[in-house]
Structures are given as C-alpha cells and as structure tokens.
Design a protein around this ligand. Structure first.
Ligand code: SF4
Length: 225
C-alpha cells in the first residue's frame, strides 16, 4: 500500500499543517492478542486476524521517512505476540532515524529479568506505552505491569501507562496502583471511547463522535478516534 505523498507537495505543507498532522504514526501489526479484555475488538467475531504484511510494514516505514514522520508506535492486538517481526520493525525505524514506541499489555514481562532480556533485544525501542486500566487489570495483574515498567526503566525506555476509562475514579485507582513510579513514568488517561461493551451507556460522547463509525483495523481495541 502506497502513502499519498502528493499531500507533501500541497501548499499546506509549506505552512506546516500537513507536516504536523503526520509527525507521528501508528501501525497495527497484528490483531492477535494473548488477552481478551471485555471492552476490546479482539473478542469480536468479525475481526480479521491477518497480520500486517511484513514487507509492507518495512515499506511503510521507508515511506514515513520520506514523508518526514518523526515517530511511529507499533500497536495491535498485542505487538509482542509477533516479537521477531516487532524487533525487525523497531530496528528498521532506528536505522531510518524514526522514534519507535510500542503500545503493549506487558504480558511478556513475567519477571523483571525476563522483561529486561526481551527489551535488550530491541535497543532501538525508545517508548513503552503499557495499557493498564480497569479492563486490562481483569486479565493482566498489576505485578506483571510493574515488571514491565521496571524492565523499561532499567533499559532506558520512556515508560507511560495508558488508562482507558469511563468514570474518572478509575483513573485515580490507577494512579494509586502505580504511585511508586510517579516521578519516573507518565500516566496518560485516555478519555473513554465509545465502545460497545457493557459500560458503553455510561460514556458521554464528544459532539463529533455522536454517531461514530468503527475505524476498521485501525486499532486492536476498536478505538473510534
Ligand atoms: S485491549 Fe489490548 S490487551 Fe486487551 S484484548 Fe485488546 S489488544 Fe489485547
């Protein structure tokens, strides 16, 4: 699949508009996951579990470089399920001078030591965004997430926790759980997304998202943004 690099020739780019829009990108490399959070699209029967084509991803990274994209995050599903490919994508990003991050559930860090070994095999990985919230914690114990945080910090990654929430109290609980890392990591609450799970009726939607459509295969968690 070829990106529309014509956009780069538009007048807007001169003004920096397009450039700022594409300064960061996400690539969903797989919809497979080793968890099954109840708010997630991976539980959905209609989802395709075909992984992104290996050569396509490498080609997209080349095109990102050409377009001036400065950062890429690999998402899923769970990207570490495809660890070998993820490693290659991260290495390629580093070779191209693109910041590489990954959005993960942290399940690969059964122990801190195991986590460190895995992260050391990806020296080009700069950012570790770990999803941990009410929904993920039903599957992935906070101890595992703490292992992943510690492995990330020990290997010099920028570590943050992504918190999907419906009620703001849920975020407070997450701050409490990870308070020992408060000056070392970033905690990013992600405004509740209009998913179709049992809590969906509680969600106050932003006006532009009153009649949202699911963006197919954009994100393993079925985010509408
Ligand atoms: S929300 Fe994330 S960890 Fe949970 S099932 Fe979906 S992709 Fe996996």
């Amino acid at each position: 699949m070829k990106l529309d690099t014509n956009l780069l020739n538009m007048e807007e780019r001169k003004k920096g508009i397009i450039h700022s829009v594409i300064s960061g990108a996400f690539i969903s490399i797989t919809n497979k996951c080793n968890a099954a959070c109840r708010h997630c699209i991976v539980k959905d029967d209609v989802i395709s579990f075909t992984d992104a084509d290996y050569n396509d991803v490498l080609d997209w990274l080349e095109q990102f470089k050409e377009c001036g994209v400065k950062a890429v995050h690999f998402v899923g599903g769970e990207p570490f399920v495809l660890r070998k490919q993820l490693c290659d994508y991260v290495n390629k990003s580093e070779e191209l001078g693109i910041y590489a991050g990954v959005v993960t559930n942290g399940l690969w860090a059964k122990t801190v030591e195991e986590g460190i070994t895995i992260l050391k095999s990806m020296p080009g990985l700069k950012g570790l965004v770990i999803s941990s919230d009410k929904y993920h914690l039903e599957f992935i114990n906070e101890r595992i997430v703490k292992n992943a945080i510690e492995a990330g910090l020990a290997t010099g990654k920028f570590v943050s926790i992504n918190v999907t929430y419906v009620e703001s109290d849920e975020v407070k609980e997450i701050y409490q759980i990870y308070k020992e890392y408060q000056n070392k990591i970033s905690i990013q609450p992600v405004k509740a997304m209009p998913f179709e799970g049992e809590d969906s009726k509680k969600i106050k939607r932003f006006k532009p998202f009153q009649t949202p459509k699911r963006v197919e295969t954009y994100c393993g968690i079925g985010n509408f943004f």
